[in-house]
Structure formats: C-alpha cells, structure tokens
Ligand binder design. Structure first.
Ligand SMILES: Nc1ncnc2c1ncn2[C@@H]1O[C@H](COP(=O)(O)OP(=O)(O)O)[C@@H](O)[C@H]1O
Ligand SMILES: O=C(OP(=O)(O)O)[C@H](O)COP(=O)(O)O
Length: 414
C-alpha cells in the first residue's frame, strides 16, 4: 500500500489542526439502544490517538439508509453517545452536532478545543452524500472539508464503507490531504490472506438481508471459493430459481434469472453451491410467531400456506452447513442465516458460528464480516477470540474478496 497513513499524519503533527475522520458507526439498534457496539469500539483507537496528539477531531459517519433527508429514526446520536462514553473512560471529550454541515456543526467545529472530538449528524441526511452526480458529491465533500478551516486533513477509517463511492468516503480525499486509518489497514491486511492463495477447501457462507447487494457479489466468487453456502434472506431467491415456491419470504423477483445463471455456471467453474434442504417457516415476522420446519421445496405446505415467511435455515441444513465449515481450511462468513434477533430463529446462525469456532480450533483461517454478523456472534454468546478475525465490513469484505476496486481505497492510492 502506498497511501499515506495515520502514522504519517501524526508525524507531520496535528496539534491545533482539524482532522476529519470517516468512521463506520453504523451500529445495530433496538429503538435507540445500541445492541452491539463493536463498530464504535473499533473506531475509537484512531479517534483517541488523534485527540491525544492534540487534534480537533471531526467524526463523520452514517447510520442506516435514510432517504437523503433528516430522519430522527436514523440520528447518529445513539452511536455518538456510546462513543462519548467509551472515550470519556480514556479522558477524551466527545461533543455532537445536531446537523452535518449546517450552522450548528460549523459553530461547534470552530470552537472545538485541541484534543476534543465532534461527531457530525448522519452524513446520509444530505442527499449529496450518496448522489450519483459527481458534481453534487464533490460540492458536499467541499462543505465537509470547509469545517476544518486551514491545514485540515482527512483520515479514512471506515472499513465497512470503503466500497461506497460516497462524498465522505471517496470525494473528500480529493479535497483534503488524505490518510489511511489503522482499522482500514488492519482489515485489508487480514483479507489479503484470503485472496493470496487461500488454503483449500475455501468455504464462503452468505446470508443476511441486503440481498440485491450480495447477489451481485456472488458472480465473482464463483470459481474462487470451493463451496458457497447460502442462507439468510437470499436463500429464497435461490429456491425460487430452482422452481420452488417461497410463500411470503424475502424474494428478489428480478434476480431469479441471474441466480439461475449462477447455478448453471458454478459446477463448470469448480464451485459448489450448498443450498438449504429445510427452512423454519413462521406465520408472521415477529419474535413470538408460530413456526414450523418445512422442506425447502415445500414452504407453502405448512399450516400458514402461502403466507408463511422463512426466517431461518432448518435443523438439517444447519447441521450440514456446520459440517462443511468444520472441514474447511479457509472460511469467510457474511450475513446471519436467519432473523437471529428473535431467539426462535437464531439456531441456524448459532450453528454456523459454532462451525467457524470449531474450524478455527482445528487451525483454519476464519473471518466473520459485517455489522450484523459480528453482532450476531457476540449476542449469541461467542467471543471475538474464538474466530480468526471479525471484520467490521460485510459488503466491503465481500467486494474486496471478489477483487473489485474499492472507491474508498482507490481515492487514497491504497
Ligand atoms: N430469512 C430472513 N428474512 C429476513 N431477514 C433476514 C433473514 N435472515 C437474516 N435476516 C436479517 O439479515 C440482517 C443482517 O443482514 P446484513 O445487513 O446483510 O448483514 P451484515 O450486516 O452482517 O452484512 C439481520 O438483521 C437478520 O435479521
Ligand atoms: O453496515 C454496513 O455494511 P454491511 O452490512 O455490509 O456490514 C456499512 O456500514 C455500510 O452500510 P451500507 O451497506 O448501508 O452502505
């Protein structure tokens, strides 16, 4: 990597300078309660180092996918409050602005003292952050940069967002002197071990709910991984591609033909898709929903008929997935197997996590990627140390593994 790093910036001296840090504070929430603070903890070291070196740190981050306008549901406040608690324990003061580049953010940024931190409101409250129009994004990046005054600098530490061509990730690096944060550096170093001659068998486990994002990624994993295990919300598009009915489960109707093509191409490319043979079907999307196990080709034969929703892989599938994982030498897992937030639908995710733990103990390199996947393993009672690496980025890791150019890294020359 040739990009300038945090150490270079610290060596240049940051006392009294405003440093804009892009962090990934996109934490899972239950109402306004942070249910897993892993991303906040992972973001703290860089923020703390800069503050301790006397920088005036401006943290910019997104939370969820608001529609380009302020929305109280997606305020950064819960994540910022957690950051403030953790930083206070280290003697660092964290303030929060109620807007992103508005009058309040400007005033607070201007009055920030050396060693203090200001968290800006969700960058996605401004439609220019994610705009497809280069000029709009660049204008927003300039506004963010203007908060730094003279001698400002930018640090990209948001690994989970490096695959996004967004103003605070990509365009900003063309406006301010840009440096690579330590979290991004560490994550990339680990993932590189999965791309440079991964030991075989190499198993990739995919699930979660960002189905269309992840289906696009699979195309390039065919031929790279030995086995692709498919669970979570995306499994229903696979079942539909095999001609099965999926009731009211999550389904990307317009991706069925693409998935059929994946299934057709995989064998010749040396990759085997391992699809669920059974699923847990629920009467509704709720923690207390009635549920039954159904064969993957008979989802509409439960007592819920066509209204049944698949919320987890079934027990046979969970056991089969765990066995495949335990026999692997390299495992990458992104996306929960079911709606693990509801205990009745967490068994598949737990079995896969246990499979990775067993594989790790047997000497395999195991990586868990993604905000919700990391949250899942922790809330299900596993410990970070039982896995090779827990990455803060799901989509970002997947895109790195498939060899795609990541805008957040390209912008820094990394
Ligand atoms: N069958 C399913 N139907 C609906 N949502 C699901 C299903 N399986 C998993 N999920 C949901 O997927 C979410 C995580 O997806 P995603 O954001 O793609 O993962 P990550 O953050 O690890 O990349 C979880 O909140 C989980 O409840
Ligand atoms: O949660 C994230 O990614 P992930 O779910 O793939 O781990 C990142 O914060 C990026 O969020 P985005 O997928 O809304 O751009």
């Amino acid at each position: 990597m040739t990009a300038r790093t945090l150490d270079d910036l610290l060596a240049d001296g940051v006392r009294g300078r405003h440093v804009l840090v892009r962090s990934d504070l996109n934490v899972p929430l239950d109402g306004s309660t942070v249910t897993d603070d892993g991303r906040v903890r992972a973001s703290l070291p860089v923020i703390q180092k800069l503050a301790e070196a006397g920088a005036r740190v401006l943290v910019m981050a997104h939370l969820g996918r608001p529609k380009g306008a302020p929305d109280p549901k997606y305020t950064i406040k819960p994540a910022a409050d957690r950051l403030a608690e953790l930083a206070a324990a280290a003697g660092v003061t964290v303030l929060r602005a109620e807007d992103t580049v508005g009058e309040r953010a400007k005033a607070l940024a201007a009055s920030l003292e050396d060693g203090q931190v200001l968290v800006l409101e969700n960058v996605r409250f401004d439609p220019r952050e994610t705009s497809k129009d280069d000029a709009e994004r660049a204008a927003f990046a300039r506004e963010l940069a203007s908060l730094t005054g003279e001698r400002g600098a930018y640090v990209d530490d948001a690994f989970g967002a490096v695959h996004r061509k967004h103003a605070s990730v990509y365009d900003i690096a063309g406006v301010l002197p840009a440096y690579l944060g330590e979290l991004v550096r560490t994550e990339v170093e680990v993932l590189r071990r999965l791309t440079d001659g991964a030991e075989r068998p190499y198993v990739v486990v995919l699930g979660g709910s960002k189905v269309s994002d992840k289906l696009a990624v699979i195309a390039n994993l065919i031929g790279k991984a030995d086995k692709l295990l498919v669970g979570g919300g995306m499994l229903f598009t696979f079942l539909a591609a095999q001609g099965h009915k999926v009731g009211a489960s999550l389904l990307e109707q317009d991706q069925i033909a693409t998935v059929q093509d994946y299934l057709d191409r995989a064998t010749a490319a040396g990759t085997e898709f391992v699809l669920p043979t059974d699923v847990v079907v629920a009467s509704k999307f709720a923690a207390d929903a009635d549920h039954e196990v159904a064969a993957a080709d008979a989802i509409e034969d439960t007592s819920f008929g066509g209204a049944g929703i698949g919320l987890d892989i079934g027990p046979d599938t969970a056991a089969a997935f765990a066995k495949e994982i335990a026999g692997a030498k390299t495992v990458f897992w992104n996306g929960p197997m079911g709606v693990f937030e509801f205990p009745a639908f967490a068994a598949g995710t737990k079995a896969v996590a246990q499979g990775l733990v067993d594989a790790t103990a047997a000497g395999a390199l195991t990586v868990v990627g993604g905000g919700d996947s990391a949250a899942a393993v922790r809330t299900l009672g596993f410990d970070d140390a039982q896995f090779g690496h827990i990455s803060t980025g799901g989509g970002a890791s997947l895109e790195y593994l498939e060899g795609k150019e990541l805008p957040g890294l390209t912008a820094l020359g990394a």
